[in-house]
Design a binder for this molecule. Structure first.
Ligand code: CP
Length: 313
């Protein structure tokens, strides 16, 4: 039976552990042992359908697929017939007829990837849908924590910045909750309104757990991990929800705030980073920052997920 990964809720607890172990295994094989995996899925076809810009997700899926010997075909909104009015459903039927073995899709609308998956005959992985979900980002973030033995229920992790518009924040809350972790969401009221958590789930049945806090300086010293988020202006509808100088004053991670973080704290960011907004050059150069490691791990986590889905196909 084909499996689609639209949110992390589509993976069992055993599968989550299996993904981390497989990712670590692929990392060892390709980086340390320099062995080739190109015959593993040789000749299979992977569709990368990206209706929003992407550097990390699209390229790491492409690298992951090609490391297994798959062919990878990329289509963007501008280069596809969506600009002529073709619907998501018809696009799925069209791409399905072309014989792809797997699709990764990113789309600006919350439900579009799930709709595509309903009509596509092979497994579909959500590469980021609207504000609602970015499951492989959460998986690669968790992989970085798992490797440090930090994925335990007493982890004190803050997710800070434009929480309201962030699919990364939602997917991370969803996944961290699976490990008994209650993250702390930190943002100004404009980007973390009252009642946010009640509306953050993808369904009424989803009961996401997070604490909220509007004052970053009050919590910096107690954190094991801080994950900074970009202000996602493309989802603000042209409105100025908070003045940049007010956001910087209250929430930018900079030299002054770095000094309040513990020496063993971990600094994360899903990327892309906007230097001078949510963080400064000092943060990028700080030894506690693992942003590049997150990106590298993303390839192995996506290889692990492809491997899992293609075995079950
Ligand atoms: N983190 C992330 O999804 O980055 P891209 O938009 O570059 O894929």
């Amino acid at each position: 039976m084909k499996r689609d990964i639209i949110t992390v809720a589509d993976l069992t607890d055993d599968e989550l552990q299996s993904i981390f172990q497989r990712a670590q295994n692929f990392e060892r094989i390709t980086v340390q042992e320099r062995r080739s995996l190109r015959t593993k899925l040789e000749g299979r076809q992977c569709l990368l359908l990206f209706y929003e810009p992407s550097t990390r997700t699209r390229l790491s899926f492409e690298v992951a697929a090609k490391t297994f010997g798959m062919e990878a075909c990329v289509a963007t909104a501008e280069s596809s017939s969506v600009v002529k009015g073709e619907s998501v459903e018809d696009t799925a039927h069209t791409c399905g007829a072309l014989g792809f073995d797997l699709a990764v899709m990113r789309h600006p609308d919350d439900g579009a990837v799930a709709e595509f998956a309903e009509h596509f005959p092979a497994p579909v992985i959500n590469g980021g849908s609207g504000r609602s979900a970015h499951p492989t980002q959460a998986l690669l973030d968790a992989y970085a924590l798992w490797k440090r033995d930090l994925l335990r229920d007493d982890l004190r992790i803050a997710i800070c910045g434009d929480v309201l518009h962030s699919r990364v924040a939602r997917s991370n809350v969803r996944l961290l909750n699976r490990f008994g972790i209650t993250p702390l969401l930190v943002a100004p009221k404009e980007l973390l309104p009252d009642g946010f958590m009640q509306k953050a789930g993808t369904s009424d049945a989803e009961n996401l757990q997070a604490e909220t806090q509007h004052n970053l300086d009050n919590v910096l010293g107690e954190l094991d991990v801080i994950m900074m988020l970009r202000t996602q202006l493309e989802r603000h509808g042209g409105l100025v929800l908070i003045r940049p100088k007010d956001f910087i004053a209250g929430y930018q991670l900079n030299m002054e705030r770095l000094e309040k973080l513990r020496a063993d704290a971990v600094i994360m960011h899903p990327g892309p980073v906007v230097r001078g907004s949510e963080l400064t050059d000092d943060v990028m150069e700080d030894k506690r920052t693992i942003i590049v490691e997150q990106v590298a791990g993303g390839v192995f986590v996506r290889m692990a997920l492809i491997d899992l889905l293609m075995q079950q196909k």
